[in-house]
Ligand binder design. Structure first.
Ligand code: PHE
Length: 450
């Protein structure tokens, strides 16, 4: 660790913080609705394949790059590949963090409003139609969503400003175990609902006729998004991991935890979607419309609704912290300003874009580019373009530019002989990952027509 540089203090802290970044709205809000829009089970299988073959190796790669560089993503590439243009990958990462945090904090703002509604018993006695109307009228209004977005960003800023060990790690260590417990309680409730089987069938029974090239890219984008890859988060967190930690086991534990939570979220949501006759392809409103519906029709609904929206807030917070940390570490290290100043500057600039995203379901609905609102555009550019492209460049860097010896020193320990697992990993990084990412990407954007 560089002299005086902040960092994680324990192995559990590393995993909790990185899992905190990975597990988020991507698992509980985005995964179910993207899966719902792309036909269910078949999408799920492709998603799992991407996590295993591309996600885990890429996470390991990013953590290694970060730990070797001991800097923010931009500084790390400058350090590892001086006098080249590789630092642009770091720049892309910081840009992606900016875009993602903007729309992410808008959705997180919705979760705060819904937590508030849950606590004040705002769902009870409402029909499905009324709950749908409630969500639509809330998200299309002007003040409430914008204010909640800013409140959420302030919460994020308060953790980040406290630093890596005393802020990020401290909160993740408490919040992540809590999140696991809550989601398991919700799952038990969901699978014991009448008619739960149909939802489980939708999730686990693959129907490949629903799978097209767009769905495959969506699955790749979702896998990267969910694991927080392709944008420097894991590079940044990697730079805070002590030299003694085994990165291989950290990367696998985090990927496993993230996938488990996505599955558990699917299991909590789809039985309810089907049991109450809601369409699985209802889009971003899925969890906000479906779950209040379910909660108020079941015994103990008040308790479960508070629990669920609390879970969403926690999940969102530990992820947004990691997004903000990318931007803040860049500002502090490259512009040499204090953490507090960097946090405030980031808050103001991301706050402006965050409010624009939150308004794009309402007053800014008509402000579209290529038929997409600002919110959709930020989501699309970051998840389906920046993450795959940066992910591609990161594997090329590791497989072809970075010395193999340095990769093995970082992953296996200094001057240790290569294991067979490491050889498999290098083969994936050199040949399979770049090829697969490029193929999926070009096919979906139409450069290639498979
Ligand atoms: N992985 C987070 C989630 O699933 C989102 C995220 C993406 C966080 C990219 C950091 C970087 O919600």
């Amino acid at each position: 660790m560089q002299q005086g540089r902040d960092g994680f203090s324990s192995r559990f802290g590393v995993i909790a913080a990185a899992a905190g970044s990975a597990i988020g709205l991507g698992n509980i809000w985005r995964f179910p609705y993207v899966l719902g829009e792309n036909g269910g089970g078949a999408f799920f299988l492709v998603y799992m394949a991407f996590i295993l073959v591309l996600g885990v190796p890429l996470m390991l790669t990013e953590m290694s790059i970060g730990r070797a560089g001991q800097r923010n993503p931009y500084g790390t590439f400058r350090f590892l590949a001086p006098k080249t243009k590789w630092y642009l990958v770091g720049v892309m990462g910081v840009a992606a963090a900016f875009l993602i945090l903007s729309f992410y904090s808008a959705v997180a703002g919705w979760t705060l409003q819904y937590l508030f509604d849950a606590v004040t018993d705002g769902f009870s006695g409402k029909s499905s139609v009324e709950l749908n109307g409630m969500f639509e009228s809330f998200r299309s209004s002007t003040y409430a969503p914008s204010i909640w977005t800013l409140v959420f960003l302030v919460m994020t800023g308060c953790v980040v400003v406290a630093g890596v060990e005393k802020g990020i790690e401290k909160y993740a260590k408490v919040l992540m175990p809590l999140l696991f417990v809550i989601i398991i309680i919700l799952d038990i409730r969901a699978v014991t609902l009448d008619g739960a089987e149909e939802g489980l069938k939708f999730l686990f029974h693959p129907d490949f006729s629903k799978l097209d090239s767009k769905a495959v890219l969506e699955a790749l984008g979702q896998a990267f998004f969910s694991l927080s890859l392709g944008m420097g988060t894991m590079i940044t967190y990697g730079s805070y991991i002590g030299k003694k930690e085994n990165l291989f086991s950290s990367a696998t534990s985090v990927s496993l935890a993230d996938t488990a939570i996505a599955v558990l979220a699917g299991v909590a949501i789809f039985p309810a979607v089907f049991a109450f006759g809601i369409k699985p392809d209802s889009g971003p409103g899925l969890v906000f419309i479906t779950l209040p519906n379910v909660f108020q029709q079941m015994p103990g609904g008040y308790f479960f609704s508070v629990l669920f929206f609390f879970l969403l807030v926690i999940a969102a917070l530990t992820s947004s912290i990691s997004l903000l940390e990318v931007v803040v570490s860049y500002f502090t290290e490259e512009l040499k300003i204090s953490r507090a100043k960097a946090t405030v500057i980031s808050f103001i600039s991301i706050g402006v874009f965050g409010v624009m995203c939150s308004l794009s379901s309402g007053p800014l609905k008509e402000a579209t580019i290529f038929d997409k609102t600002i919110f959709d555009m930020f989501d699309y550019i970051s998840s389906n373009i920046l993450l795959p492209v940066a992910g591609f460049l990161i594997v090329i860097f590791t497989g072809w530019k970075w010395a193999r010896k340095s990769v093995s020193n970082e992953i296996l320990g200094k001057d240790k002989p290569e294991t067979s697992l490491f050889k498999v990993f290098m083969f994936i990084i050199k040949f399979i990952a770049p090829f697969a990412i490029a193929l999926v990407f070009m096919n979906a954007v139409g450069i290639l027509d498979l």
